[in-house]
Design a protein around this ligand. Sequence first.
Ligand code: GLY
Length: 375
Amino acid sequence: MEMERSAWVQEAWERTVDKMKLTSRRIGDHFPHASVNGKYVLEPAHWWTAGFWPGLLWLLYRETSEETFREIAESCERKLDQVITEYYKLDHDIGFMWTLTSVARYKLLGEEDSKRRALLAANLLCARFNIKGRYIRAWNPWRPGEDNTGWAIIDCMMNLPLLYWASDVTGDPRYRHIAEEHANTVLEHFIRADGSVNHIVIFDPHTGERLEANGGQGYAANSAWSRGTAWALYGMALSYMHTKEKRYLTAAKQVAHFFIANLPEDAVPLWDFRLPADAPKHRDSSAGACAACGLILLGRLVDSAESDLYGRQGERILHSLSTKYSAWDAEEEGLILHGTSHVPEGKNIDVPLIYGDYFFVEGLALLRGQQELFW
Ligand code: GLY
């Protein structure tokens, strides 16, 4: 079984490296999000997905020392300097953006300019914390007149590692306090008894009172958006890794059990786990890739008796993505097919998504034995 695993993982890894050598020639230091008709559409640097492409290149550079990957990732990071002062455009996803660029480079190369950038981003993320309600505010208004000051979203669990890292490198616990307060709010208001999660919870920003949950990118307020479930699973496992607080481990397991129990035969989830019969049944491979990384981490964090339960499920998802969902040919720039970004808005459905590719490669690195995370 071990031999079998190392063979498919090694093959997938080598094919990924070969493909990225080609893809990176066209994409260069730009910011892909979704691949349409075989080509990644490039987004502006302030878009929330800006960290994933350079992050993917750092994953590959770490193992290959391929200088082109490093140069492109560094150039992407420098481009983000232009957006750090874009007050109206940046939101809580500065965690995703600077963890996979500046924190990654600092962890790999120890470069002080990357540390400075990531700390600045961490300060901006802390500034979004509302002491009433104890949540990190998600977005700024999407359109004139909109008020989303009281909105928090499950995705933010993946932005908290930037704060844990900032406390680790500065010795200043403020960052980690805010991360834990937000994670505690998620435990109380987002994670349901059955292990499914709310995407959006709205608080009164003046009193902190919980007002309502909102379906967001899921099918409905009481459904179970699969990528949100994956953000919760991996995010809670990471919060446990950084704090050793058992409540986060318990939550990560609870969400993991819901996720695993609701996987279809091929182990790659639909975009929402709770869909009525007449709803569209698209897969979301990115949710599978992200959850797989969370499951592998969980397998490393629990006692040996439980370890296999999580680790093998993560491996099962990655194996399915690698053998049934991959696009190894050069005609398609995306690595992993059948991602679904936003069904309620009809955006980027059944396409490769850069975060699906990122987590697929992160998962392969973990299966190859890599112990260090950028998160
Ligand atoms: N963070 C937005 C998404 O998962 O689509």
